[in-house]
Design a protein around this ligand. Structure first.
Ligand code: XMP
Ligand code: MG
Length: 190
């Protein structure tokens, strides 16, 4: 079984108002996404680009379901800091270690919220002339979108609430939760 929830009673879990996606739900959906990507990119040697740090767990699980040649790289961009809404301000803190030109790039992201981060990143990456550029996001908070953005692969739709776990953080915490939950508003309004 993939469920370790029993060891996650109390502790961090006490800060959640509800569990949105269980470990099992995440595992099954990520496996599906991996298989889909593997067949789409079977002969393309894709460059899987994770956006740090939120995509860490998603990337690690996703590529385990892709039995094809591929490379993995990461980018880091400035995020919200301690705030829970987008400033629209995006800065590259860590760039790719490999050339993007001519590569089939899959941007792997934990969540698309306003869409500002990925919209900006896609603009930058397109100037490097990749062979293709697609987005694979675990969660899609579509209600919050401020820019039209084509997200080719989505794990789950996400309600317009602040969620944490499975890579998603609040002030650097909760990334290690094996499932995804809604943070009690009391945690970030105090
Ligand atoms: P935008 O608004 O640019 O934001 O699409 C994407 C980035 O914002 C972070 N984000 C969240 N992080 N819970 C989080 O832990 C959330 O509900 C949430 N909404 C947005 C996330 O880092 C993502 O990369
Ligand atoms: Mg992120």
């Amino acid at each position: 079984t993939h469920t370790t929830t029993d060891t996650w009673q109390g502790g961090l879990t006490a800060d959640l108002s509800k569990i949105l996606l269980s470990e099992k739900q995440i595992h099954e959906r990520v496996a599906q996404l991996g298989h889909t990507l593997a067949s789409e990119y079977a002969d393309k040697d894709p460059l899987m680009v994770g956006i740090l740090s939120g995509s860490l767990l998603f990337m690690a699980d996703l590529v385990r379901h892709m039995n094809i040649p591929l490379s993995i790289d990461f980018m880091a961009v400035s995020s919200y800091g301690d705030r829970t809404t987008s400033s629209g301000e995006v800065r590259i803190l860590k760039d790719l270690g490999s050339a993007a030109t001519g590569r089939h790039i899959v941007l792997v992201e934990d969540i698309v919220d306003s869409g500002l981060t990925l919209d900006y990143l896609c603009d930058i990456l397109r100037t490097r002339h990749p062979a293709s550029l697609e987005i694979c996001a675990l969660l899609d908070k579509h209600e919050a979108r401020k820019r039209p953005l084509q997200v080719r692969h989505v794990g789950f739709p996400c309600p317009n609430e602040f969620v944490v776990g499975y890579g998603l953080d609040y002030r650097g915490h909760y990334r290690n939760l094996p499932y995804i939950g809604v943070l009690k508003p009391a945690i970030y309004t105090t």
